[in-house]
Design a protein around this ligand. Structure first.
Ligand code: SAH
Ligand code: MG
Length: 204
């Protein structure tokens, strides 16, 4: 693996090191068969790991985000970061830092930014996927949309991964967990044990 962990720690984001490594291993397997896709690029932390794994297989990670931030990242909210405000528009803009991350980690030929709302892009999507990583909006309707619209593109043997799975409500919001449980109940997937807040399923 060619990932510079000192520099990774400088990239803004919401992924711990062990979760990142688990994603890397999963994408290394998944990207042998088909491209991978993540929903929720932010500043590129997860893309470093998924994208570096894809690069090893000469595969591609599509990274979907409208780059204007989730509900909780807006001014006045818990995860607001003033560095991300575009002074001209007064809105959050993570695209500039995302592109810097791709440049810094030599991922420009392995990670393709797809800029827009996941539900709009998802309705037009046709390419089969070896891995889908859902880490976008944490509003219930949005997580459900991401699951329902995108998961049908996962190939047999491909992976569906969710971030921010908290069975214990005191540890975090329940929307991703509720949707994760729906995926488990569908019986379309082999269920892997939860790894920290990562829920990884494998399509039968
Ligand atoms: N994976 C990132 C964190 C993603 S944070 C990391 O490793 O650090 C969630 C991201 O989802 C935000 O950047 C936000 O802009 C994006 N997002 C939220 N709702 C979205 C939607 N409906 N469509 C596309 N992107 C969305
Ligand atoms: Mg997350």
């Amino acid at each position: 693996m060619q990932i510079d962990f000192v520099n990774v720690s400088k990239v803004k984001g919401f992924l711990d090191k062990e979760e990142a490594l688990r994603l890397y291993e999963t994408a290394l397997e998944a990207s042998k068969s088909a491209p991978c896709l993540e929903i929720g690029s932010y500043c590129g932390k997860s893309a470093i790991f998924l994208g570096s794994a894809c690069r090893e297989n000469k595969a591609i990670l599509f990274s979907v985000d409208h780059h204007t931030g989730s509900e909780e990242q807006q001014p006045g909210q818990e995860y607001f970061d003033p560095d991300l405000l575009d002074p001209q528009t007064g809105k959050i803009d993570t695209l500039r830092l995302f592109r810097k991350t791709l440049f810094d980690f030599q991922l420009e030929n392995s990670v393709i930014p797809v800029i827009g709302k996941s539900e709009i892009i998802g309705h037009a999507w046709k390419t089969p996927l070896g891995l889908l990583f859902i880490d976008g909006s944490h509003a219930y309707e949005s997580v459900l949309n991401d699951y329902e619209i995108w998961s049908k593109h996962i190939i047999p043997g491909g992976y569906l991964a969710f971030h921010d799975i908290f069975p214990n409500p005191t540890e975090g919001g329940q929307a991703p967990y509720l949707v994760y449980q729906q995926a488990v109940a569908s019986e379309l997937y082999e269920v892997r044990p939860l790894f920290k807040s990562l829920g990884i399923l494998r399509k039968k």
